[in-house]
Design a protein around this ligand. Structure first.
Ligand SMILES: Cc1cc2nc3c(=O)[nH]c(=O)nc-3n(C[C@H](O)[C@H](O)[C@H](O)COP(=O)(O)OP(=O)(O)OC[C@H]3O[C@@H](n4cnc5c(N)ncnc54)[C@H](O)[C@@H]3O)c2cc1C
Length: 444
């Protein structure tokens, strides 16, 4: 089989590798100038770092498998970070579960309810029973309005903005389960996060190299204009004005792009793609001459223009980045949000006062450099009964497949699940190919 793949994010790379293992030819087309997709990196102080903050949890076993398979297992470092929650102008540490007892932004009873609700959810294995209730309704009932407003409410609003009240409890339930899973079983255990020396670029570059060495082609700076079809079957890909013939094509693009490059998709399939809305991801990244705080992941519950302040150099040392202290100010916004039109300087001037709320002595003279990154497929909006919104990998056009983050559920989207989806899509393409080959053999 000659397979064409649209996108060299981790799903596209995983699919290519699996297709090669199954004996097929692969060609990847990537619009950007490097592979990696949402894990893409840039350099600070001569060291690569992700444009959007990235780490893995101990239960991201597929990512760990990739590092080991590529001979990079010893590059993964496991770190217990200092996490915190910013509410009512104060940073509350959230490092061990006992910190919840000191969370005096809410009453003692509310703290107990917050803790008990999380413990309860951690033990529930059946996410499907939470499918038709919103996270807000379930949490307000479980922890009360005061605790919801100080803790879960702002986090949901930060990630999903005006869609926050539509988010399904199945998504939040599973997120809490997985986060607890990354703490190990011990009572009071700290969370452990993984981050590789040399950034995540090390593994996706190694994966891309492996694909090339195994005979695959990766065309960078080559956005796909259209997937071509004839009589309900895929025939190839048009990119940079050139037509490339393929037996099968896998798209790893967000739904919004998928619809544009595959205009022949059946209307019932497009209707499913349209059910999922996206929040854009935006990150203002600052390189500072000193730390902003001692917290790695600071969730923001106050009304600030960003939902998290992720100080990467509180996870790994600033010396790795030429002494720069790197802070991501992260937000998820609707596609028409004005911040998406801004450059780094403009976004900084909107955020500056709020940064000072986190550290009152912050001064703009601390900023050595700044960058502003955006991604249109940042976060699918995971509503109640989301399982009815998931597009199948088979698109209804013979030989045309889709693998993207809208298919990750009930887990929150992450590299681990994109790698798994890419592998599954490859296996499906190969399996269908064997069925067709067998049928053709039978006809002869
Ligand atoms: C802000 C943010 C933080 C995150 N943090 C974490 C984290 O801490 N840990 C974690 O594990 N995961 C994290 N993730 C999620 C993780 O990055 C994604 O789940 C994963 O990278 C998605 O991979 P993908 O291959 O499915 O999609 P993508 O990475 O979106 O890949 C799709 C690729 O298709 C390309 N493309 C689009 N259109 C075309 C076209 N027309 N022609 C050719 N190519 C095209 C794109 O350039 C891209 O490279 C984060 C994501 C975001 C946005």
């Amino acid at each position: 089989m000659r397979a064409g793949i649209v996108g060299a994010g981790v799903a596209g790379l995983a699919a290519a590798r699996r297709l090669q293992e199954l004996g097929h030819e692969v060609t990847i087309f990537e619009g950007r100038d490097e592979p990696g997709g949402q894990v893409v990196t840039f350099d600070v102080g001569g060291e690569p770092i992700e444009c959007f903050y990235h780490h893995i949890f101990t239960n991201d076993t597929t990512v760990i498998r990739y590092f080991n398979d590529l001979g990079l297992g010893d590059q993964l470092e496991w770190i217990e970070p200092n996490n915190g929650h910013f509410v009512q102008g104060k940073i509350y540490p959230f490092v061990t579960p006992f910190d919840l007892l000191r969370f005096d932004a809410v009453s003692f009873l509310s703290r107990l309810r917050l803790g008990l609700a999380s413990l309860w959810l951690k033990r529930q294995e059946d996410w499907s029973s939470y499918e038709n209730v919103t996270a807000r309704a379930w949490m307000e009932r479980a922890v009360g309005k005061q605790a919801f407003n100080a803790f879960w409410g702002p986090l949901l609003r930060g990630k999903f903005a005006k869609h926050a009240d539509e988010i399904g409890m199945a998504w939040l339930h599973w997120k809490i389960r997985l986060r607890f899973g990354s703490r190990g079983g011990r009572l009071g255990a700290k969370e452990t996060l993984g981050y590789p020396r040399g950034s995540f670029r090390s593994y996706y570059f190694a994966l891309a190299d492996h694909i090339r060495k195994s005979g695959g082609q990766i065309h960078l700076n080559t956005p796909v204009e259209a997937v071509a079809t004839e009589l309900g079957a895929v025939t190839g890909i048009r990119a940079n004005g050139t037509f490339h013939e393929f037996d099968k094509v896998l798209m790893t693009t967000p739904n919004i792009i998928t619809k544009r490059i595959a205009p022949d998709l059946p209307s019932d399939y497009v209707e499913i793609l349209d059910r999922v809305r996206y929040q854009w991801a935006s990150c203002l990244v600052l390189a500072l001459d000193r730390p902003l705080s001692d917290v790695y992941w600071l969730s923001i519950a106050d009304d600030l223009p960003f939902v998290a302040c992720v100080e990467h150099t509180n996870l790994v040392g600033a010396e790795r980045y030429g002494g720069n202290h790197i802070v991501y100010l992260s937000n998820y916004v609707a596609p028409d949000h004005p911040v998406l039109q801004m450059d780094a300087e403009e976004a900084f001037s909107v955020y500056e006062e709020s940064i000072r709320r986190i550290n009152p002595s912050f001064d703009r003279s601390w900023v050595r450099e700044k960058w502003f990154f955006r991604d249109p497929g940042g976060q699918p909006v995971i509503t109640t009964n989301y399982s009815t919104c998931i597009p199948s990998m088979e698109t209804g056009i013979d030989g045309l497949y889709l693998s993207n983050t809208t298919q990750v559920y009930p887990e929150d989207r992450g590299q681990n699940y994109s790698l798994q989806l890419g592998e599954r899509a490859a296996e499906l393409m190969s399996e269908k190919d064997s069925v067709v080959a067998a049928a053709q053999g039978a006809c002869i």
